[in-house]
Design a protein. Structure first.
Length: 169
């Protein structure tokens, strides 16, 4: 009799664990749908940085600013890992958008900042070819832009050539 009660308790616990796991999974799936629904396909699908800047600013004017610091190397050997660092000495920064003008799809991302948060961004990006890296900073009332060019050097493995062969007759 004792074994029957113990077996039924084990089964109940197993069923409860399965139900809890299933309900947790359903909860996560319901939340994932909301997040994915906000994907701005028109921004990440853009193929021209000038058009993308117009979309991001909704046609408002953009000013060049020395208050935005964009640090990138002037040339790189490996375009797969290009370090980018952006800092702002502006008040009321809402977001920083990062674009790669020479890539087929120039949008890297938009990073939003709350009040009291230092507007600093540091990441690595992949360049398809030499071109401009663009930082677009949105403040409470204006947009500011900073751009810097990055040139891609030839990979070391492409530069090395086989030595000429000597033919002896």
């Amino acid at each position: 009799m004792h074994d029957v009660v113990a077996d039924s308790l084990v089964r109940r616990r197993y069923v409860l664990k399965l139900l809890m796991a299933a309900s947790g999974s359903l909860f996560m799936l319901s939340r994932a749908g909301r997040v994915l629904a906000e994907w701005p396909a028109e921004m990440f699908g853009a193929d021209n940085s000038d058009d993308l800047l117009k979309r991001l600013t909704e046609g408002e004017s953009i000013s060049e600013s020395n208050a935005v610091t964009l640090k990138v190397p002037s040339s790189v050997e490996n375009p797969a890992i290009v370090p980018v660092s952006i800092e702002c000495d502006l008040d009321g920064v809402k977001s920083i958008s990062l674009l790669l003008a020479s890539n087929r799809h120039p949008m890297v991302g938009t990073f939003r900042y709350g009040p009291g948060v230092a507007p600093v961004l540091s990441t690595r990006v992949k360049l398809e070819k030499s071109g401009d890296v663009i930082a677009l900073v949105q403040t409470n009332d204006r947009y500011f832009l900073k751009r810097a060019r990055v040139d891609i050097k030839a990979f070391a493995c492409e530069v090395i050539k086989k030595p000429a062969q000597t033919v002896v007759k």
